[in-house]
Design a protein around this ligand. Structure first.
Ligand SMILES: Nc1ncnc2c1ncn2[C@@H]1O[C@H](COP(=O)(O)OP(=O)(O)OP(=O)(O)O)[C@@H](O)[C@H]1O
Ligand SMILES: [Mg+2]
Length: 333
């Protein structure tokens, strides 16, 4: 398991690609969350920080604890232990301030099928404390932002899945929250709708702090500045996207050898090598051990191996590879 070596402290990482000119104080602080469901410990000490203006991807396999963490962040469910503060307000001590500060799209949005989209959003605005005089304007703006204006008079129950998801997003932003918590906003959507929702989330994220969970890793790679990966109730990776993807131990190093050995085994024995794949007659992909100077040690070892090193290049990892690295134990050969 490479999890410990690939996790970074939440506050670290000077290379965070948050657009310049934005404030960077922490907006969400999650400290040592534990959650028991009966005897089952779903969260085993989750801690991370999200700074103002960041768009964070919250990843993990099924059952990792993403929805549980998000429900605790919204104050819907208390943790067994640990604390969450949003915009400086503790979710348990100051629930009203927290409700004002966040918009939440749950895994299953609470929609009312017999209402029109407009009436539903107006109702959501009322629930969120938007004053009557400003409600109509708030609804119009949310409709427009989420590409729903032409659907305003439809019954929620008759909407397609994509438009229902947009309606869920619209209710989450109706009161202009500073923080958006989106639990799988693109689940079950077709590729076109995924792209459209991605655009909406990006736009929303221009003025807000966003944390979104997803299983669609290329989506997250395209949308998020930062990634937090959890597995079995623990954080296994946390850092700015570009930093995680460029870490030497993720991604492969492709090398061409003039005189490779017949078997892969001798190549696996080389310095700093964790796993090897054959790509062609003379071409191999090497996955390296964790560590900072592993590429240097690897290349030196390979050059001295007698296999006739003629070319070597590093590949940048995809988020899928990072995910596989920190969540699964082994890189498949
Ligand atoms: N109300 C509950 N009672 C008992 N166990 C629960 C409850 N809610 C969640 N769990 C368990 O807690 C663990 C974490 O669940 P959670 O829904 O947070 O995972 P998740 O990361 O959101 O997964 P998914 O990707 O499938 O949505 C799972 O093992 C789940 O079965
Ligand atoms: Mg979930």
């Amino acid at each position: 398991m490479t999890s410990t070596s690939t996790s970074a402290s939440a506050g670290g990482g000077s290379a965070s690609p948050v657009p310049p000119g934005r404030p960077r104080q922490s907006m969400i602080e999650i400290d040592q969350l534990h959650k028991f469901y009966g005897p089952f410990e779903a969260l085993k000490g989750i801690s991370f920080t999200v700074r103002s203006g960041e768009v964070v991807g919250f990843l993990g396999p099924n059952g990792a604890g993403k929805s549980t963490t998000m429900k605790i962040m919204t104050g819907l469910m208390p943790p067994t232990r640990g604390s969450v503060s949003i915009a400086g307000h503790d979710v348990l001590d100051e629930p009203l301030e927290v409700r004002r500060a966040i918009g939440y799209l749950p895994e299953i949005p609470p929609l009312y099928p017999e209402m029109t989209v407009r009436d539903y959003l107006s109702f959501a605005a009322e629930l969120r404390g938007v004053p009557r005089a400003r409600r109509r304007r708030a609804v119009d703006l949310a409709l427009e932002r989420c590409g729903l204006t032409h659907m305003a008079q439809r019954l929620v129950g008759n909407l397609s899945k994509g438009y229902r998801q947009r309606t869920g997003l619209a209710q989450a932003v109706i009161h202009e929250p500073r923080v958006l918590i989106l639990d799988e906003p693109t689940v079950g959507l077709d590729p076109t709708q995924v792209i459209e929702i991605r655009g909406i989330v990006r736009e929303l994220g221009e003025e807000r702090t966003v944390i979104l969970s997803s299983h669609v890793l290329p989506e997250v790679q395209a949308t998020c500045h930062r990634v937090v990966i959890i597995n079995r109730g623990l954080v296994v990776a946390d850092g700015p996207m570009d930093e995680l993807l460029s870490r030497e131990s993720h991604g492969g190093v492709v090398a061409s050898l003039r005189r490779p050995p017949e078997e892969l085994d001798p190549l696996r024995q080389l310095t700093a090598v964790r796993q090897v794949q054959r790509l062609g007659e003379q071409e191999f992909r090497f996955f390296l051990e964790p560590g900072d100077d592993v590429r240097e040690r690897f290349v030196a070892g390979l050059a001295n191996s007698g296999y006739g090193l003629i070319e070597v290049r590093a590949e940048t990892a995809t988020l899928e590879e990072v995910f596989r690295d920190v969540v699964l134990e082994e890189v498949p050969a």
